[in-house]
Design a protein around this ligand. Sequence first.
Ligand code: GLU
Length: 469
Amino acid sequence: MTTKTRFAPSPTGFLHVGGARTALYSWLHARANHGEFVLRIEDTDIERSTQEACDAILEGMEWLGLTWDEGPFYQTKRFDRYNEIIAKMLADGTAYKCYCSKERLEVMREEQAAKGERQRYDGCCRDLAPRGSDEPFVVRFRNPLTGSVIFDDHVRGRIEISNEELDDLIIARTDGVPTYNFCVVVDDWDMGITCVVRGEDHINNTPKQINILKALGAPIPEYAHVAMILGDDGAKLSKRHGAISVMQYRDDGFLPEALLNYLVRLGWSHGDQEVFSIDEMIEFFKLDDINKAASAFNTEKLIWLNQHYIKALDPEYVAQHLLWHMNDQQIDMSQGPELTAVVSALSERAKTLKELAQSSRYFYEDFEQFDEAAAKKHLRGVALEPLTLVQTKLAALTEWSQEAIHQVIEDTATELDVGMGKVGMPLRVAVTGAGQSPALDLTMLLIGQARCAQRLSKAVEFVANRVNS
Ligand code: GLU
């Protein structure tokens, strides 16, 4: 049988890291087994579901590269199907109409509470003869009264729940709208889902859903209930811990590879390996190896992985992601080097793409002022001679190559009988505006001869003014 998994978010907010990890595990299980992955939008809660949230979820999935083979299916488009099954269940007796009023249910609950009993429907309408059609009713599932539901969860192990603990679940409300647990069952069945991977907050729904599946004669999928993600302070991960929306990580300068690698290790391991390419994740991932315990989010580790991927991935690919940040920071790229070359030059130094974009600005745009501290330190009177000499030598270059630039810096230092730093540092501040950059010859190569010349003149003028004032 082909493995088929699904990710079934409710579109009530953005795609958060917890949801993304569930989606990743579900996707990996499908990919690892040459199976299929379905995306289903559980939007039956009409009041809380929004189109923006749907779009945000799709955007997050696409950005992460968690491609789906079927869907997105929207539950709100499947009401006819749900109603068809409800009618069938009413006809074959696996469901029944319940006419109990709110008031009666209220009294029933109070009595149960007073006696210290577990609150559940008392089955009053289970065996009633059908009544006139104008009386309001809900439809309840006829849960078995005896026996138990047993399932082997890939994460939590064997779970057994006695049917006595379970209610006759409402599957359609008075207004005829089918309920959440029921829609999930019909969907998992219709979509041929063989393994349900979801958050452990749904574990209590599983026995109810299994009973309905059994009543429908549907196959029972396997289950894997994934534990929660906690913040680094041990509390449930929330906005207070910083970014939790997947797209916020994009905005903050993370690569999808880094986030995926981070998320796969957050609750799953394969020996002590930390860095996994997507192919390795697919090769090694097993649901049975998911941790039972909740995992704590560790931003430092995510940054470490991001740095790793900025350095390790093909610069051309990194540049595609960097471009988003260049646009976001409104860096005018109409003049300047290929972005790929900038990635190669700066990748050793950047923790995030946001930082990388910030520190690449001088390759594309002229700056108004030198960094104050750097100018104070390096654009002093003593720099005038090296700067003027290097300026002349650079202007004479007929070939603008890294080697030639390097030679000019070296020759200037030799001629003036000073250390390379005495030439290099003022020159660096002159052409980049700041005291830090990748190797100076490479930096200048990328900035270009004409631009370097212009900036050097400006620096010479700056130093001369300072000396005279
Ligand atoms: N829609 C549910 C949620 O977003 C998931 C339900 C399921 O996976 O069965 O939490």
